[in-house]
Structure formats: C-alpha cells, structure tokens
Design a protein around this ligand. Structure first.
Ligand code: AMP
Ligand code: ZN
Length: 764
C-alpha cells in the first residue's frame, strides 16, 4: 500500500515506475482534446465484498448506478466526510470518461439519529441539537443540508443525480420492513421491529463479523427484546413526547439508519445495482446490515461492487470534537486556504490508504495547485495544436492509472512529469492538463491570466521595465520591481514562456503548525530574567487573571511573556493580539490548529529568552511574589526544577502529593527551571498531547541529567479550575491519562534509582 501514497505535492514527485499495460479498446471517448483517443476500460477497483481488485462492469450496458452514503445533517461535515465524497466524485468522473451514464444517489440523513448505535440506546442527536439551539429539527436539518451542498460545490463535487431525504421516504422504509416481516426476517417486539440476523445465513460476509464471533463482542446492555444480541433495529417505537415520529403498522415511531439507505437506494436504483461507496467505518454495521435487510427482502443480490475509502486523520489522530481536530471546510477557509487545495491534497493519497492531514501538507498542496494555475495563465492564449502521437501516449498512460484501482497519486505524478517534459509543445501540455482536469476536478478550465492591458498604467510600466531587466539578465532589478508590484497588489510569476501577473492573495497572519516552525533561541544569551510560558486555549478571563497576578509582582525583574495561542475558538485570540500589540514584553505565537500540550509548550520554550523559564497553567493565580523565591532557589546549580506542587513515589506507579523539599516530580501547573538546562534535558516529548503525566516525564528528564526537583509549598499561588481537565468527559480523561501514563512508565520504570527515597541518606 505504501507505494500507492506517492506524494506529488509541489509537483516534485517522480513518475511511478510501473507501466500499466493498456486495456483493450472499448470505443471512442468524449472530451475536448483534439483528435479522437481510444478509450481504455473498464475501471478496475478494489471490491470490499470480494477482497480483490475487480472490473466494474455495469449490469445495464452504458450505465452505472451508484449509491453513496451521505451526511447526517445535524452538524457540519468535516474534511474526513468530504474525503469520502471526493472519492465518489472521482469514481463518477472516471465513469464519465468511459462514456458511461452515471446515476448517483446520495442520501441525506435527516431523521435525527446519527448512528444506529445511538438509536439502539434511544439517543437522538438531532433533536438534542435542535432543542439546544431553540430550533426545530427540520430547521437544523435544512441549515446543515445547505452548508453541506455549499461545501461540496466549493470542492467541485458534482451534484448527485438524486439527493433524497430520509424524512421523505419513511413510507418506503415501512414497506420494506413489512416485506421483511412477511418473509420471516424481522419480528415485532414492544412496538419495535428487529431484523432477525439468524434468519440470514450470509450475515457478516462483508465485514467478516460472523455471528459466532459477534456474540462475544456484544455490549453488556443488550436490549432484552432482541432474540439475538446482534439483531438490529429497523423501526423504533417513539418514546412519550418525542418530537419527530411517524405512524406505522407497529405504532408511532421512527426508522433505523440502515433501513434508510436500503429503502432509498432500491427506490432510485433498483433492487440490484452496480456500486455502493462509503468510508471504511460504514462497513460494519451499516453496510453489513444494508446487505442483510435488502437481500433478505428481495431474494436478489443487492450491490455488485463495494468501494470503501480509508479515513482521513488530522495531525496523526482520529478526528474528534474533543481533540479539536474535526476540521471543516470553514476552518480551512478561515486560515486562508482555497478549498480546492484540499481537493488537490486528497489526490495525493490513494483512497485505500489513510490520509494524514496537516496544515503543512495543505500548504504544500496549495502551492502546487498555484503552480498549475500559473502555467495555465501563461499558456492561456496559445493556439491549439492537433494531437500528436506523443500526446496520445501521455493521455493513455494517464488513463491507465485511473483505471488501475483509481491510482490518482500516480496520475498526478505523471501530470508533473508531463509538464516537465522538454519536447512536448506548451500548447499540448495545456490541452492535456485541461483534459485531465475533467477527472481531477480542480477547476483549471476557469483559470485566466490577468490581462496586462487592464492594469493601471504605472503597473504596466513597472512590468515592462521588469521584462527588460530580465532580458538583460539584471535579476537584482527584476526582483526589486517584483517586490514593488507585490506591494501594489500584483503578483508576478516567471514561467518558461514569460512573466505573468497573478492575483496576489492577501498576506495571512503567520500561524504555526508545529514547534519547529519557529527557530530555537536556546543558543542565544539570556535576554531577560524570566520567560513566563503560557499555552492558551479559550477562557480569556483565566488568562487575564493569571497574567495580572504576575505583572503585579514583577518588581524590577525583567519578565517576558511567551504566549502560545492554541487555536482558541472564542475571542481569546483577538484579545491576545491586542494585548501583544500594546506590549513589547508579550510575544504572541498563534497556532494554526490545536497543538498537543508538549508541542505547544515546546513552541513557547523555543522562543523564550529568559534565564529562567516559568511554565504556568492559565488556571494559576499568583497571590504574592512568585519570582523572588523561584529565582533564589534556581541560583543553586544542583537544583533543576522548582514548583509549588510536588509529588513523590516509591514505585513510579503511585504518585502522592508531597510538601517535602526534595520530590520526584513537580506538577506542570507551575514549573520553573533554568533555560540553559534545556540543553541537557532536551525538549518535551511531543507525543504527550495531553497534559497529564507530561510533567512526570519532563521532570525525569531533569532527574536523569543529575538535577534535583524542589517543592516550595510556601510559594504564593493558587490553582483555580483546571480547564485542560474540565473540558473533557470522564471517559476521555481516563483514556488520555492512561495512554500518557504508560508512555511515562515505559520510558522510566527501569530508572528507579532516580527516586528520592533511593538516594543515599547523606544526600539532602
Ligand atoms: P457520517 O456523517 O458519520 O455518516 O459520515 C459520512 C461519510 O463520511 C461516511 O461515508 C463515512 O464513512 C465517512 N467518514 C466519516 N469519518 C471519516 C474520516 N475521518 N475520513 C474519511 N471518511 C470519513
Ligand atoms: Zn448509508
């Protein structure tokens, strides 16, 4: 799989070496490329049902019928969802190049439940969201449906032929459930209707979750009305007072999620159709259950080919609201990105591989896309040439990649190789690029050069002067003139066929994606006495309280504040910007997404210049002079860290609060050390995304460097609400604490000799 992830960001990727043999000629293709090219097909793609790459051969010649699991419209779709929809879009576009007429159905889940699992538990996210927002569920659904359609349009995802809403198809679902009951595949219990998995022997074939194995894995709270724990709900009785419900032969209620997709797909595509797409998380239970209930109802095969897209991870992690990395297209736009840069980025990873999204990779994709546009601007006015054999060969190779399990990364690699190829005329390159973009969908046909004649006279004059300077190889002057033009809002790019003017995007405020985006000042001499390093995410009043309490007791010490604004979602970032603009002692570093705790603190520490670094949680308030006692303690070179809250342990597993002077760890809420010692300890380990146990690990870095950790219980400081703790659910705290704890233990359990109680008694 790794070889399929050939990244072609920035256009530097090399062509993928393996040549795919051309498929037999199946007829003429459409398109505006001059000269008729042979079509090669069919598309071969991985079928999750057979676990093999297989040709997609339509059951009705000339026509593809496909179904794509669409959004749940009680929240914004995130870029992971959009990756799945892009996959379906690329498939559609490839079918079109094969002269197949595509009928695509993409449903809108507006019944309310997000997931079947929630419905089984009787939860309804949409209703909850509607109530919280003081709106009706229908209003909520309408809002997010519009937003989703706009997101798709911005990504140039072609509109599906039909986008049916679940709420408009409840009678179809009821009819399908009745059919299942009549055929002995479903039963009624307590106003609910369940699918009887035992009645359908092929259950589990798609996902490999066969019934025998499922029994062990079933949750503890099994619905007592179910005959088999794996039976799933087709119809759920409405609880008293439920807002959204329908009448049915089994009483008032509402349909399950799975039945929705079976009913709507068969309604528009027939009982057997060609292709069904979704993300890998849909395989079980959603698609497994769709197959079971559809085939049990009709007695016919449901779908011939299943294609599942792998997930998108953000910053290496599964996207989740609680992690703060469930990015939406609006989040990308807010950072100044063109949505199509995201489309380009998705081209670079094969659909069966995970895509690890980072803002750094998005930036590279945006640059690459701009370069493609630059070329097209430069070549825009060239007259077309008749297609030559060379162009036909390039085109055939491009298409061969598409048909080879939709190998878009290789196709994009080939595109850059083609553009760099010296003997192909520019006009032909342009025509190939535009033609290929029918499939890639980057909107390249809309790229136009900025017409020089439309520029104001002085800009035109500067451009002409610059052209002359370049002709005379006076690059210094050319660069100076480019800068002048840029300051007037005109970008100039030099391309092989002359310089062109491009719309100059407005400069974006600098934001950081990782600690190494800023230079380390560790080698520099101390610029002040103390660098207070704060990692801020929301809760402006806390930040204000914390800062005010410190400033008050600075005395004549020189203190700087290095603040990492960790992608706050409220107005804290703006407020900090004003604050920093008015003070030279505040150095504000804004992150472009929520950095993990260690990464964020590293970012701050890299820019710290003080002799002493004081790491603080924003929940801390100083109630007197902190600086004096901290600085005094750190005058002792044997002491590495000083803090207010100490911890001791006998076994590295149980840490207890301690007010002794010598301790094994210092809580990270208030943690001070000499900046120069970072050269001995190293930075924080960025794997610690969550704050808990990070302080243990970092403290042991000082212990391992032979330094003591000292607790000063009389330090005047109090800890208010700790936001990093309070913003998470019990379950999430537990999970993250545990993960970090084992990270700590694995690193240090064999170093028990470092513990205070293992030291010879003559030591203090
Ligand atoms: P949902 O609204 O959760 O039903 O998801 C809509 C579509 O997005 C489904 O096809 C999911 O499989 C897909 N999907 C969900 N999360 C991700 C992700 N992180 N990456 C890619 N696709 C996803
Ligand atoms: Zn579905």
């Amino acid at each position: 799989m790794a070889s399929r992830q050939t990244a072609a960001a920035e256009g530097t990727a090399e062509e993928v070496a393996t040549e795919t043999p051309l498929q037999p000629d199946l007829g003429a293709r459409r398109g505006h490329f001059p000269g008729v090219l042979p079509s090669i097909g069919p598309l071969r793609a991985y079928n999750s049902a057979s676990h093999a790459v297989e040709p997609i051969v339509p059951s009705v010649p000339g026509q593809i019928r496909m179904y794509t699991c669409g959004p749940t419209v009680y929240r914004s779709v995130h870029i992971g969802n959009l990756r799945s929809y892009l996959l379906a879009d690329w498939l559609r576009r490839v079918f079109s190049t094969l002269d197949l007429r595509v009928t695509q159905v993409k449903n809108i889940t507006d019944v309310g439940h997000m997931r079947q699992e929630m419905l089984e538990r009787g939860e309804d996210k949409m209703i909850a969201a509607a109530l919280a927002a003081g709106k009706t569920p229908a209003e909520i659904a309408a809002f997010y449906t519009e937003e989703w359609l706009a997101d798709e349009a911005a990504l140039r995802i072609e509109r599906a032929t039909v986008t049916p809403r679940a709420t408009d198809h409840v009678p179809d679902m009821i009819a399908l459930i009745e059919r299942l009951i009549a055929r002995g595949h479903a039963y009624v219990a307590g106003g609910n209707v369940y699918f009887d998995v035992a009645s359908y022997p092929a259950y589990g074939r798609l996902s490999g979750n066969l019934l025998g194995g499922l029994i062990d894995g079933v949750r503890s709270e099994v619905d007592p009305l179910k005959r088999h724990p794996a039976d799933f709900t087709l119809w759920k009785a409405a609880e008293p007072g439920r807002l959204v419900q329908w009448g049915s032969p089994w009483g008032p209620g509402f349909p399950g999620w799975h039945i929705e997709c079976s009913a709507m797909s068969m309604r528009y595509l027939g009982e057997t159709f060609d292709l069904h797409t979704g993300g890998v998380d849909n395989i079980f239970p959603h698609h497994e259950d769709e197959i079971a209930q559809s085939e049990a109802a009709t007695g016919k095969p449901f779908v011939r080919h299943w294609i599942h897209g792998q997930h998108l991870l953000a910053d290496g992690l599964k996207m989740a609201k609680s992690t703060g990395n469930a990015y939406t297209l609006a989040d990308l736009r807010a950072r100044g990105f063109d949505p199509l840069a995201f489309r380009y980025l998705c081209l670079l990873t094969h659909y069966r591989a995970r895509l690890n999204f980072t803002f750094a990779s998005l930036r590279a994709a945006a640059t690459a896309l701009d370069r493609l546009r630059d070329r097209l601007r430069a070549w825009h006015d060239l007259p077309s040439l008749a297609a030559e054999d060379a162009a036909r060969t390039w085109d055939a190779r491009f298409r061969a990649y598409l048909l080879d399990d939709l190998n878009l990364p290789a196709a994009v690699g080939l595109l850059w190789t083609m553009l760099r190829h010296s003997s192909l005329p520019a006009a032909q390159k342009r025509d190939l690029l535009l033609q290929w973009d029918d499939v890639l969908g980057l909107g390249l046909d809309e790229v136009r050069p900025v017409d020089r004649a439309s520029l104001p006279e002085d800009a035109r004059y500067l451009l002409q002067t610059r052209d002359t300077a370049r002709q005379n190889a006076d690059y210094l002057q050319a660069d100076a003139l480019r800068a002048t033009l840029a300051s007037q809002g005109y970008g100039v790019r030099d391309t092989p066929s002359g310089s062109i003017v491009v719309p100059q995007p407005l400069p974006q405020p600098v934001r950081y994606s990782r600690a190494s985006d800023v230079p380390s000042r560790l080698a520099e001499a101390d610029s002040c006495d103390v660098s207070v390093c704060l990692l801020v995410h929301n809760y402006r009043p806390d930040v204000q309280r914390c800062l005010a309490s410190l400033v008050q007791y600075e005395g004549d010490r020189r203190v700087e504040y290095v603040i990492v604004e960790n992608a706050s979602s409220d107005d804290t970032g703006h407020w900090l910007e004003h604050l920093a603009a008015g003070s030279e002692r505040i150095r504000l570093l804004r992150a472009d997404h929520r950095l993990g705790e260690a990464e964020g603190r590293n970012l701050a520490m890299r820019q710290a210049g003080g002799r002493v670094v004081l790491l603080l949680d924003t929940g801390v308030e100083g109630t007197g002079d902190l600086f004096g006692p901290l600085l005094a303690a750190l005058d002792d070179p044997s002491i590495g860290v000083v803090g207010r809250w100490g911890l001791r342990t006998d076994d590295m597993r149980h840490f207890e609060a301690s007010e002794e002077r010598d301790v094994d760890a210092i809580a990270g809420y208030l943690f001070a050390f000499r900046r120069a010692d970072l050269r001995r300890t190293g930075w924080m380990d960025p794997k610690y995304r969550y704050y808990r146990n990070l302080d243990l690990h970092f403290g042991f870095q000082f212990r391992a460097a032979g330094l003591h950790l000292v607790c000063l219980p009389t330090l005047p400081a109090v800890l208010h609400e700790h936001r990093g703790w309070e913003e998470l659910s019990e379950e999430e705290r537990e999970k993250r604490s545990k993960r970090n704890f084992y990270r700590f233990l694995n690193a240090w359990h064999h170093r028990e000799e470092l513990l205070v109680n293992r030291q010879p008694t003559n030591r203090r």
